[in-house]
Each structure stands twice: as structure tokens, then as C-alpha cells.
Ligand binder design. Structure first.
Ligand code: ATP
Ligand code: MG
Length: 828
């Protein structure tokens, strides 16, 4: 029916067209990487709108990141030749925040609720563990947090969990207590944690069918990208949204435009990499059973990569059991061979990466078409050092952790305290920050007053005068309360400031969820967020305290606060009607990949997890070693190595033209050097696809060593009787490949001797971004925060210069020694 020259269908193959033109209840598109799944979703949305089968407001599309959502919106506009207003294209989390902001009042929250990020909920859990004396039962904060998260993703709340628990197990009983206290604390603080956003929306829909019905009627077409990575709660949400509206049944109306919404999901079970966060591959495998009448479309042509890259990907993933074999092909041609490199050290490897990037760039490839992937954030240190030295423009995605810095969290806590007067966590954070002489005892006194009098924590602060505290402390509290009220008045000039519910004054029911209505709850025309933030930072004395400090780090902190002010200004520019709540929501939902700016001419560095869905002309997969890939933590878990293999597959399939695979023989962690082994997955790549280059250093110092050493190091492992050719021989095409491979490996250093050394330092692996703390001033008594170990107290400093070591007693994990220069720590 479509004319030739139709931009919606021209650029598609027959299977893709079928998916775009499908009209029915449920469609599953399963296909390998780069086969155009995301493209099909985009064209499908445009097609529905252009044919007037759907209003933009009847479409809900779910993407994995905010950036992917923005891209999809832009592409749809491009295809239609105009912006389609009112579509919901967003992540699961953003969509649920929108729903909850409208509906939270149905179950006792206000629309100005706070969203707790992982660090916030960690802090809360930590306090509750202490209060419940649960640490004596051997709980760590991380364990409790992970378990609560897992339960919420399975839609198990504290109450239902309590019913299922074995009451003879004291540890379980204690956990139930903490989980319950955590749930109550969130509720009292008018806050949701990240997992709540999804699960509470599901609970809301189940408890209030008339609320669910609003959205069931509104969204007639629901489309989900990366469906293989949905967890149970997200799956349940989709099920709720695609149910036929209840009143249809009551009215005896058989079908409302065919009953429930039409659902399209696309995914690739080979790219499921979030099982550790509760993603359930069964959602895709069992789709046809869950949605009877579903059609399935398979896409097999890959439009992204060269044949060599695809062949490597196909070969690697075929080693996973329990999968439907699907073969991707491409019309692009073989392309260049994959380049392999083994460095002596992480630095050596990084130098190789930097040199190759320089070559690619000289040959005309823009920097922003080049990406470097790694398994853990700690691997960035060597890369960054070399990149800086080589003056290569780069940027680390998800590595800056801007919003996790103490001073940024402080500033955000000020804003949050203004928006949500019930948010005790935020108020407690800022109560004595900067130092005002308000101690923990006063903090607790305020809390119990609030509880006794049934008022918000902020109201308790306003009434500090009646608490019988000393005049200085009382004055300090009143002063802070005054600043917060002043800021609140800026935010909502109309609402009366003074009552506990000041920020709730403007809450409206916003029944506008029906088709056509797209406006968010109207925010009152308050002052721009930047003004509110500036007022808070100035009048609270926060910035002043940083400026007055003699700690050189505080200067940097003040600059970071300035940077946040700049962020709010930009927010105000981009969202002229944006409220403080909008800003807080946006910040709580930023994902690692969201600060990716393609237009900037920089090389992108990111973890393999972050790389999902993206594509680059050239990709460097670094650290392809045992203990990194597969990661040490997952190697022994059931399904772990298979999931890590999928991660490797995701990495390989991001590359369009050039793929580089590199590893190092030794890797530095905590200033100690550990022996590294080639990843088991390397032998799964057919030898003839890879050109191995060796480190120049190796050739001169190690000439002639046969790769048998490699085999020996692996304890005669998976080389499997292939003699000296070692781990490459297991793959297909080993005949000629291993011949040349053998000579390339001729200079492989002797792993054997080194392998005999213990590898205890691996146990100390860090995951956070590692930076150079060379001149961080630390002395006994200082409190620090470590990316993985949490907070702790410095007991002793030994060593000098780059070898200074901090002996730290961590609050949860106990004593540790850290090489200050590189440890991912921050002084508190
Ligand atoms: P992933 O599994 O990695 O998410 P995907 O299946 O979503 O991949 P897309 O990102 O949609 O794949 O497409 C991969 C690349 O191929 C994109 O650059 C896309 O524009 C291009 N592409 C897809 N289909 C076609 C087509 N029919 N003609 C030309 N290019 C196409
Ligand atoms: Mg995709």
C-alpha cells in the first residue's frame, strides 16, 4: 500500500517491514545484535502515527536509557517530519516516576516524593541495621541492600516476605525487622527507592483498578526495547498496562479497540547481561505463552558489523548452551581482521590502545567513532594516564560519578529538603553540614520530637525553641529552618510556608492521564532552580565554609558546587517551565550513558554493561583476561560464565569496522601486581579472524619462549592436548591459524613462574573509578569514604610519596590497607 520513496519503509528489509506493519495484539521481534531491532521500533512508532492509527499520546515506548529515549524521539520526529508531542518514550523508571507523581496520593505519598538513589538507601539501611543491632547477626549493608532490592524486583514487599519466613531462623527474623523498618522509613520520608519506582507502580495498579484503567485506556501501543533485560517487576508492569480496561467487562463491551493495548517487544536473549540485577531471560523465552496470539518476527541480517566481527561474535556465543542458534550475516564484506594484543601490563596495553587510536585518527576516523570498553571501572586508571600523556581527548562514561561526590550530595540534599519536608535523611544530612555545632544527640531529639508530635522533621526544626536545647544550638537550627523556608517560598510563592505540608499545597490530582492529555501536574511558576540552589548555598554558609577551609580539596569542592549551579542553569534553559521537582527527578534518573554527547570529538571509555545498544566504527575490548572477563565474582556462580560470555558478545557486536582485543599479562591492583591469564573466551574466536600483534617490549626481552608456558600456567587446562599451540587451538580453523599463531606467540613470556605467586590482591578488587590521590592529605583520625568498602577511619599512615599507605578501619568491612595514590577514596 505504501508508495515507493517512503522513508518509513524504504530503508527496511522484508522482515523489518513486516514488523513495522504488523497490526495485532502482540509482537515479539527476536534477533541478534545490529539487526535493526531498535530501528524497527522507531519506524513502527512513526508508522502508527502517520497512518493515524494512534495518537502520539497513545504510545508508550520503553528504552533502556534516557539517552536512547531521546534518540528515539528524535528519529521519530525525523521520520514524520515533525515532532509528535505527547508520546511517552522513556525508561521504565522515568515512566513510573511520571505515573507516581500523578497518583502517589492514592496510597499515602505526596507528589513531591524523593527518589533515593543507591547511596541514599545504603545510608538509610546502615542506620537501621545499627538501630536494630542487626550487625551482630553478621549482616553487611551491601547484603541487606542487595536482598531487599532482589525481593522488590520480585514484587515481594516486607509484609509478604514476613509471612513466608522461617521464624526459627534468627537471622531471617532480624532481616525481616530491618526490611520492615526500611519500608516504614521510606514511607515516613515520603520517598521511594529505585526499585520501588517500578514495584510500587505495579502495587498501585493492582490496588486501584480505576487508576490502572486510566493508563490502560490511554496507552494503546506499548513498545519495549531490550526486553531480554526486563526483571519480574517490569514484566508485571507491562502485564498490568496491557490488560483490557476493567470497565469494558463491566459494561459488557467485548473489546475496546481489541481489548488490551497492542504490545511489541524486541530483544536478544544473547544480550541478556543484567541477570545479577534480577533480569529474567524467561520473559522473552516465554513471551508467546504469556501473550497468546503473539506473532514472532526473526531478523537475521546484521547492518552494523563486518563479517569478520560477526563471525567472531557468532563463534563466541555459540558456546552458550540453552540457546536457540541464530546466525547473523552481513552484506558488508569481511572487512579488516580483528587485532589482538598482549601487553606486559595494563599500562602497556593502554599504550597500545592509545597508539592505535592515534593511527585510526590519522587515517581519518573521528574520535567520537571510537570506544574503549572494560569490565570494571578500576581499569580506567591506566587508560586515563596514558591518554592524558598522549593528549588524546577522551571521556569516561559513568566514571565521573559527579552526583556521588559528597559536596554534590550535600547540595542536592538541601534542594531535596526544600522540596520534601518529610525527607528526614536529607534534613539530617544537612543539619550539621557545614558544621553548626549540632550533634547526633540533637539530631535524634528532633527526630523523636517529630515522631511524638506527628509533624515533619522540618516542622520539628522550626519548633526547636521548645525542645529545651542550648541557645546556640537552637539558634543554629532555627537559622537553617529559616533558610529552607525562604527557599521553599521561592519555589512555591503561592503556597503558605509554615505548615508541614507546605510543599504539598499545590499538589493536584492531575486526572489528565486520559488519551490526549499530556501535561504534567502543573508546577507553580516558582523561581528557577539555579536561584534556589544559590540561595541555599550562600545563606546556609555551605560555600563559605568550603572557601574558608585550608584543605586544598575544599577548593575543588566549591568548584563542583559551582558546576552544579551551572547544571541547574542549563536545566532552566532547556526546561523553561521545569520545577525543582522536575530537576530532582531528572538527576535521580541519570544513567551512566546519559552524559554521552556524540557531537563532542572525544573517545568514549565505558564498561561493557554501559555499551549495550550503542555502536562505534572502532571498538577496543580491553582486559580480556580471566578474573576480569569472566569476572572473578561471577565465575563460580551458576550461569555466571554464560552471562559473562554474553557480555563479551555485546562488546564484540558494538563494532562496525574495526575490533581490537587486548589483554595484559600482569595487572596492578592496589599498587600490587597480579598475574593475569588470557580469558577462556579468547580461544572461542576462530584463529584465522585475528591478527595478533605483540608488545614490542616482549619481543626483545623474551624472544623465543614457546607458548607452552601459557599452557603450563593454566595447569594443562583447556588447551586439551594441542601441544605448544595452547589455547588458540581449540577453535575452528586451527590448522593454518595456529601455525602462524604459534610463531606470533613465540615471544609469549613465561607465565608459569609468575603464576605460582599467590593472587590474594585480586580479592581486593575495586570497582569504582580510580584516580590519582597522590597529594591527598590524610592523617590518623580522618574519616574517608571508599567506593566499595564504605566509610572508615584512618588509623595510621606508612610509606612515602607514591607509596604512602593508609591503614583504615572500615565501619562495615574492617581493617584494610590502601595505597593512597590510587585508592578510590575521598576524604569526608
Ligand atoms: P542491538 O542488538 O545492538 O541493540 P539492534 O538490533 O537494535 O542492535 P539497530 O541499532 O536498530 O540494531 O541497527 C543497527 C545498525 O544497522 C544501525 O546503524 C541501523 O541504522 C542500521 N540498520 C538497521 N536496519 C537497516 C536497514 N534495513 N538498512 C540499513 N541500515 C540498517
Ligand atoms: Mg538496539
Amino acid at each position: 500500500a505504501e508508495e515507493p520513496g517512503d522513508p518509513l519503509l524504504d530503508g527496511l528489509n522484508p522482515e523489518q517491514r513486516e514488523a513495522v506493519e504488523y497490526r495485532g495484539p502482540a509482537l515479539l521481534i527476536v534477533a541478534g545484535a545490529g539487526s535493526g531491532k531498535t530501528r524497527v521500533l522507531t519506524h513502527r512508532i512513526a508508522s502508527l502515527i502517520r497512518s493515524r492509527e494512534a495518537w502520539p499520546s497513545q504510545i508508550l515506548a520503553i528504552t533502556f536509557t534516557n539517552k536512547a529515549a531521546a534518540e528515539m524521539r528524535e528519529r521519530v520526529a525525523h521520520l514524520l517530519g515533525q515532532v509528535a508531542e505527547g508520546m511517552w518514550i522513556s525508561t521504565f523508571h522515568s515512566a513510573c516516576v511520571r505515573i507516581l507523581r500523578r497518583e502517589a496520593e492514592h496510597f499515602g505519598f505526596t507528589r513531591s516524593f524523593t527518589i533515593y538513589d543507591s547511596a541514599d538507601s545504603r545510608a538509610l539501611i546502615k542506620r537501621l541495621i545499627k538501630e536494630a543491632e542487626a550487625d551482630m547477626y553478621g549482616f553487611t549493608v551491601s547484603q541487606v541492600q542487595a536482598k531487599i532490592s532482589k525481593l522488590k524486583n520480585e514484587l515481594t514487599d516486607a509484609e509478604s516476605y514476613a509471612r513466608s519466613v522461617n521464624f526459627h531462623d534468627p537471622q531471617e527474623v532480624k532481616f525481616v525487622e530491618v526490611f520492615g523498618a526500611y519500608t516504614r522509613a521510606l514511607r515516613e520520608a515520603n520517598a521511594f527507592d529505585f526499585d520501588d519506582l517500578i514495584s510500587q507502580t505495579v502495587f498501585l495498579f493492582r490496588a486501584f483498578p480505576q487508576v490502572a484503567e486510566r493508563y490502560q485506556r490511554r496507552f494503546r501501543h506499548i513498545l519495549v526495547d531490550e526486553y531480554q533485560d526486563t526483571n519480574h517487576a517490569q514484566y508485571a508492569l507491562i502485564r498490568e498496562l496491557t490488560k483490557p480496561p476493567v470497565s469494558n467487562e463491566l459494561d459488557g463491551v467485548a473489546a475496546f479497540a481489541g481489548g488490551g493495548a497492542s504490545l511489541t517487544v524486541v530483544g536478544d536473549s544473547d544480550q541478556s547481561i543484567y541477570a545479577f540485577r534480577g533480569a529474567d531471560i524467561r520473559n522473552i523465552v516465554e513471551f508467546e505463552r504469556d501473550f497468546p496470539g503473539a506473532s514472532v518476527v526473526l531478523l537475521e541480517q546484521n547492518y552494523r558489523s563486518t563479517q569478520n566481527i560477526l563471525s567472531a561474535a557468532n563463534a563466541v556465543i555459540s558456546n552458550n548452551f540453552d540457546r536457540k542458534d541464530k546466525k547473523l550475516w552481513t552484506a558488508v564484506g569481511d572487512g579488516e581482521k580483528i587485532v589482538g594484543f598482549t601487553g606486559y601490563s595494563g599500562h602497556d596495553e593502554a599504550q597500545f590502545v592509545a597508539d592505535e587510536i592515534a593511527k585510526l585518527h590519522d587515517a581519518g576516523m573521528p574520535y567520537n567513532e571510537i570506544a574503549v570498553f572494560y569490565r570494571t571501572n578500576s581499569q580506567t586508571r591506566a587508560l586515563e594516564e596514558i591518554f592524558i600523556r598522549s593528549a588524546l581527548p577522551y571521556r569516561v562514561l559513568g566514571g565521573t560519578k559527579f552526583y556521588e561526590r559528597a559536596e554534590i550530595k550535600d547540595a542536592m540534599a538541601y534542594l531535596t529538603a526544600v522540596a520534601n519536608p518529610f525527607d528526614t535523611l536529607s534534613l539530617r544530612r544537612i543539619l550539621n553540614t557545614p558544621r553548626r555545632g549540632i550533634g547526633p544527640a540533637t539530631e535524634t531529639q528532633l527526630a523523636s520530637y517529630a515522631e511524638r508530635e506527628q509533624v515533619s522533621y522540618r516542622e520539628a526544626m522550626r519548633r526547636a525553641g521548645s525542645l529545651g536545647l542550648g541557645p546556640k544550638v537552637t539558634g543554629a537550627i532555627l537559622q537553617l529552618a529559616g533558610v529552607l523556608d525562604e527557599a521553599a517560598a521561592l519555589v512555591e510563592p503561592a503556597a503558605a510556608v509554615g505548615g508541614a505540608g507546605a510543599a504539598d499545597g499545590a499538589a493536584d490530582a492531575a486526572d489528565g492521564a486520559d488519551a490526549g492529555a499530556t501535561a504534567e501536574p502543573a508546577g507553580s511558576a516558582g523561581a528557577p532552580v539555579s536561584e534556589v540552589l544559590q540561595l541555599l548555598m550562600e545563606k546556609s554558609g555551605y560555600v563559605q565554609a568550603l572557601r574558608a577551609s585550608r584543605d586544598p580539596q575544599d577548593e575543588a569542592r566549591a568548584e563542583n558546587v559551582e558546576e552544579l549551579v551551572a547544571v541547574t542553569k542549563e536545566f532552566n534553559r532547556n526546561n523553561p517551565d521545569g520545577t525543582l521537582l522536575d530537576f530532582l527527578t531528572e538527576v535521580s534518573l541519570v544513567a551512566a550513558v546519559d552524559d554521552l554527547d556524540d557531537s563532542s570529538g572525544t573517545v568514549s571509555l565505558m564498561t561493557l554493561h554501559t555499551a549495550k545498544g550503542l555502536e562505534y566504527d572502532a571498538v577496543f575490548l580491553t582486559g580480556v583476561e580471566e578474573d576480569l572477563l569472566p569476572h572473578r565474582m561471577s565465575a563460580s556462580e551458576p550461569g555466571g560464565p554464560a552471562e559473562e560470555r554474553r557480555l563479551f558478545y555485546v562488546g564484540i557486536t558494538r563494532a562496525r569496522k574495526r575490533l581490537y582485543i587486548s589483554l595484559a599479562m600482569t595487572r596492578a591492583q592496589f599498587g600490587e601486581t597480579a598475574v593475569a591469564m588470557p580469558s577462556r573466551y579468547l580461544q572461542e574466536i576462530p584463529a584465522e579472524l585475528v591478527d595478533w600483534i605483540q608488545s614490542p617490549g616482549m619481543a626483545t626481552s623474551r624472544g623465543g619462549t614457546e607458548p607452552r608456558a601459557l599452557n603450563a600456567a593454566r595447569g594443562g587446562g583447556y588447551g586439551g592436548g594441542a601441544g605448544g599451540r595452547g589455547w588458540r587451538s581449540g577453535s575452528s580453523g586451527s590448522g593454518s591459524g595456529s601455525g602462524s599463531g604459534g610463531s606470533r606467540w613465540g615471544s609469549t613470556p613465561d607465565y608459569g613462574a609468575a603464576a605460582a605467586r599467590p593472587k590474594t590482591e585480586w580479592a581486593n578488587r575495586v570497582t569504582g573509578q580510580v584516580r590519582d590521590n597522590g597529594d591527598l592529605e590524610l592523617s590518623p583520625g580522618d574519616r574517608i569514604r571508599h567506593v566499595d568498602f564504605g566509610d572508615g577511619r584512618v588509623n595510621q599512615i606508612t610509606g612515602e610519596g607514591a607509596k604512602r599507605v593508609a591503614h583504615v578501619a572500615f565501619d562495615t568491612v574492617g581493617p584494610k590497607k590502601l595505597l593512597i595514590k590510587i585508592a578510590p577514596i575521598e576524604k569526608l
